[in-house]
Design a protein around this ligand. Sequence first.
Ligand code: NCD
Length: 309
Amino acid sequence: MAHRHLLQIEGLHPQQIEAMLDLAESYVLLNRSGKTQRDLLRGRTLINLFFEDSTRTRTSFELAGKRLGADVINMSVSTSSVNKGETLLDTAATLNAMMCDLLVVRHDQSGAPNLLAQKVDAAVINAGDGTHEHPTQALLDALTIRRRKGRLEGLIVAICGDVLHSRVARSNIHLLSAMGAIVRVVAPPTLIPAEAARLGVAVFHDMAKGLAGADVVMMLRVQRERMNGGLVPSAREYFHFFGLDFDKLAHAKKDAIVMHPGPMNRGVEIDSAVADDPVRSVIKEQVEMGVAVRMAVLDILARENRRNV
Ligand code: NCD
């Protein structure tokens, strides 16, 4: 991969992305067989450093590390010295002294994992920073799409909802565009980031038009915790115009798949009947792919760093 860290998708070469997806594919098979590969990261330490809440991402990094044999430590911020005023850089110095090999970081400030990467000896993996990027989420989404559709190139992917606050959307836009997919964003004008045009995506404010002919419909959570005002008038109104139900989904291709990174606000951005539809929804598969993708990323970075030592 020729990278010491995984901080963002932006700037990765399509071949690097392809290589990660191919390796992840082999981990899907390993996981399904019930086997592990505990010799791969034996003796290595992985620290999960989460300054923000997480269920899926933290547990899947933990599982991924354990399946490859690493010693996994979860540092949750509520019990750490960060709450006593320790700065990010002091935390980095502490982690260095512990000689951790792989550091998985989630932070509410965009750029925090980047800063840490300059200060720690460990390989840093961004598990979501502010509204910037969430690279492993985009990789697991891509793997899910590729397995269902057989390819990424040429597919129409509609990313719908709170694009403004979504690091998932940003990473997906970079990855899918790099791999030749046609990316649309569909949202009310208040939830479209100013840089949408620079990112080269088509912008829609109407679900019927935005979903027309789409192969993939990717829904995003309405991130109220990042809204300091009334960007969304009411949940009921939002659902009426932008919530995915079967009526709106009917505008997409007949075999279009439905995705959501979780956690879902049922009845706000997605109707339960769609979210739980066993044919159209691949939401559970995304979670499964998450473990495989994180195993692949840990594997690649551990190898890369061994070479650097
Ligand atoms: C996402 C996140 O934290 O960025 N969740 C996740 O990692 N599965 C999306 C979200 O919080 O809405």
